[in-house]
Design a protein around this ligand. Sequence first.
Ligand SMILES: [Zn+2]
Length: 237
Amino acid sequence: MTQNKFLKPLSLIKDLGHLIYPSSCLACENELATNENHICSICDNDLVRTSFHLFNEPSETDKRFWGRVQLKRTYSHFYYKKGGAIQQVLFNLKYKNDSAIGEHFGREIGKSIRSIDDFKTADAIIPIPLHYKKEFIRGYNQSEALAKGLSDIISVPVKSNYTKRTKHSETQTKKSRFQRWDNVSSIFAIHKSIKNLNHIIIIDDVVTTGSTMEALIRSIQNVAPKIEVSVVTLAIA
Ligand SMILES: [Zn+2]
């Protein structure tokens, strides 16, 4: 340590903080520069933001649910790109057992959607639940981490215990949408307290076919037919 550092206590604190807190990029895992936060500028440049919050016409995420479930508002923050930084972000978000990643992006989502009037009536954020065995193995639920970050910004509480995943669903990648629907239609249990809510935001890491989201929404609407539902995801594939 140089004598110069003693003369600059703030910079010393920042350098120490760099040692204590994770300082690698959550996409490429290279070390971050002191002015970078969670993600390096190269990876950040590779992330494609949808800007859905700036437009009023139907978004890709809206269209994904057309004719399936009635939604108040949808929002997805990034476009999924195979081989892009977003793929690594989603992978690390799921498997790295580091809630800071999800909370960081949850806050970023919050900063984009906090000015959207449709979201202002929301009274709960509900993360898509993982089966408890899966959550135990992974250590946490990545959607819950996103929910916490979003909650920090829009000041809407997270209600993780209102929904439960009761069945392990087998891997769905190679099935048709119709087969998937059968597989996911009855995998959720819903707490009856959900009836006390008026408008929920369901949050997930990525929307692909939307089947799991649709199944959860249908299960919720069976218990609370009048509830308004919005959908927020970190990415749309
Ligand atoms: Zn990076």
